[in-house]
Design a protein around this ligand. Structure first.
Ligand SMILES: NC(=O)c1ccc[n+]([C@@H]2O[C@H](COP(=O)([O-])OP(=O)(O)OC[C@H]3O[C@@H](n4cnc5c(N)ncnc54)[C@H](OP(=O)(O)O)[C@@H]3O)[C@@H](O)[C@H]2O)c1
Length: 302
């Protein structure tokens, strides 16, 4: 379980992605762990960590070697990857981690929209992750932790970047009431600080705690105002859910997610105690939205 230098080994699923990438960097920065980055294509990422090993959640036979000798495992599943069955993948990962004698398992979950809304909203990439929590809990690891990723700041320059609108402006057309403060958001690269902190402080954070990363809690109008104050000229138009659902594949689920946020917020309930604990475990306050945009969203107006 420990290396020659007495460092515990942590195996990271999703190490080449946004969540797991941040976890790898935070573990390396802590200098307390040996890091094993896992990927379906280890040959393409040789320099990523101390070890880079093959793991494919759709091929459970790869997970034995991936978790061998590991003290800890970080798991994220990728809902958006074609053919992903999050429950099946996570079940295989939990089983393999148990077989390998893993001591601390950290699962990147999301709120149970079905339970929170009494079945009113159907958001499979939230509820499907929440259903995995019980499997992690009941596996009986000496320590386990749930981390919750927020709405990534990075979405606003990535998958949900402003688009050219019919009136010629650049901005967003979303089925979301821009006045409702309901979005818990954050710099996803900072999830790793919570994960690394939890591995270090397993007595305080390894007993089934829920640790959300939240850099800010805003309405879309507050997001817009922040960007406009920094010199951007973005527009916002609220569009009906049914219209948005036809914009791109998967848009209907995003529209449903926004409806859930409006009524219950992203995290689904007052989470201030959990957020405080997460920040304490991370040992720092997450970056605020305005600070992140100043550094990451260059003003392109003439
Ligand atoms: N965008 C948001 O605001 C948001 C908010 C909360 C939660 N999420 C959730 O975040 C998850 C995605 O995480 P991310 O943003 O870190 O994704 P990402 O940057 O797209 O990276 C996906 C990672 O998953 C790995 N992966 C995919 N399929 C795999 C498989 N079969 N076996 C092993 N590894 C596999 C990939 O590794 P290789 O390609 O190297 O194998 C890659 O490292 C989604 O489930 C989404 O629901 C997103």
């Amino acid at each position: 379980m420990k290396t020659k230098n007495n460092e515990k080994l942590i195996a990271v699923i999703g190490a080449t992605g946004q969540q797991g990438g941040g976890v790898v960097r935070a573990l390396q920065a802590s200098s307390q762990f040996k890091v094993r980055a896992l990927s379906r294509n280890p040959g393409k990422h040789r320099e990523l960590a101390d070890e880079v090993v093959e793991a494919d959640l759709n091929r459970p036979e790869t997970l034995k070697a991936a978790f061998e000798e590991a003290h800890g495992v970080f798991l994220v599943t990728n809902f958006r990857e074609k053919g992903t069955d999050e429950l099946k993948q996570a079940t295989a990962a939990v089983r393999a981690a148990k077989d390998a004698g893993v001591k601390h398992f950290i699962w990147s979950t999301l709120p149970n929209v079905e339970a929170i809304s009494g079945g009113k909203f159907d958001v499979p990439h939230f509820t499907g992750k929440a259903r995995i929590d019980r499997i992690v809990k009941e596996a009986g690891f000496p320590h386990h932790t749930f981390v919750i990723a927020p709405f990534y700041y990075q979405n606003l320059v990535g998958a949900l970047a402003p688009q050219k609108q019919a009136d010629g402006s650049l901005g967003w057309a979303l089925p979301l009431d821009p006045d409702v403060r309901c979005i818990h958001l954050g710099d996803i690269t900072e999830l790793g600080n919570i994960v690394a902190g939890a591995f270090v402080q397993s007595d305080q954070a390894g007993n089934g705690e829920y640790l959300p990363l939240v850099g800010d809690f805003m309405s879309f109008n507050e997001i817009l105002e922040t960007l406009i104050q920094q010199g951007h000229k973005f527009s916002f138009k609220q569009v009906p859910k049914e219209v948005f659902a036809g914009f791109f594949p998967g848009a209907a689920e995003i529209a449903e997610m926004f409806s859930y946020w409006e009524v219950h917020t992203y995290l689904g309930s007052d989470s201030s105690d959990r957020i405080s604990l997460a920040n304490k475990i991370a040992g720092r306050q997450p970056t605020r939205f305005s600070t992140w945009t100043r550094l990451n969203v260059p003003v392109q107006n003439p």
